[in-house]
Design a protein around this ligand. Structure first.
Ligand code: SAM
Length: 217
């Protein structure tokens, strides 16, 4: 059985009893980054062996993991944070498991976009999750324009390196419309800013943007 296990997006307490039970019982834990996941495993006294499974070894390591599963062993898949498969190579191994008729189940838990959507106070009955926006400014603005033509709440991820540029593009496309910018969700310095992209940009500039961001429009 392949267990897809959601792990915390910041606060180590955001993990289910079942997730801990599964991580303690499996033969192997496939981690996006073994050093990163080690912090969580040590915190909960989880001793199962780990192996790395990430963007650049997903083909060879994916085949290895399938062999382990076919030999009758159990494997848990975790990502650096949140739900495996949401913008990480989890998607590939899940598909490979399906093609190989391997049983799979999902132990639910956090995903950053859900936290941000709930905290945003924006309509949550109809939303689009966009992952990361295109990197080039023109492509990003065109994409934003397309999204704004839809009658949905739109959510996307952004890093601290690009947040100011992205907010600038949002301001160009949306003008003073209120948006929500959530940072460091579930962590000590969790912050949810509401206002025009320009206002949020000014505030962030003043404190030099740090951490991870989710934007809700
Ligand atoms: N699998 C993850 C999930 O379930 O949300 C997403 C992985 S994606 C590669 C990483 C991005 O998620 C970050 O760049 C950031 O935009 C967002 N993210 C992850 N943790 C976050 C947090 N604690 N606060 C705000 N955004 C976060």
């Amino acid at each position: 059985m392949l267990y897809i296990v959601a792990t915390p997006i910041g606060n180590l307490k955001d993990i289910s009893f079942r997730a801990i039970e599964v991580l303690k019982s499996v033969d192997l834990i496939a981690c996006e980054d073994t050093r990163h996941t080690r912090i969580l495993l040590d915190h909960y006294g989880i001793k199962a062996p780990t192996t790395s499974y990430f963007q650049h070894n997903k083909i060879t390591k994916g085949e290895y993991i399938i062999q382990v599963l076919k030999a009758g062993k159990s494997v848990a898949l975790v990502s650096d944070a949140g739900t495996p498969g949401i913008l990480d190579p989890g998607y590939n191994i899940i598909n490979l498991a399906i093609k190989n008729n391997i049983g799979l189940t999902f132990i639910p838990g956090p995903a950053a976009f859900v936290n941000a959507l709930v905290l945003s106070g924006k309509p949550a009955h109809k939303f689009i999750f966009e992952g990361f926006l295109p990197r080039g400014p023109l492509a990003r603005k065109n994409h934003l324009k397309k999204m704004m033509a839809l009658d949905y709440t739109v959510i996307f991820y952004e890093s601290c390196h690009r947040i100011l540029k992205t907010l600038e593009d949002i301001q160009d496309v949306l003008g003073d419309k209120e948006i929500v910018c959530a940072r460091e969700l579930t962590k000590k310095f969790e912050e949810v800013k509401r206002g025009s992209a320009k206002d949020i940009m000014e505030e962030l500039k003043a404190q030099k943007p740090r951490g991870e961001f989710v934007i809700v429009i």
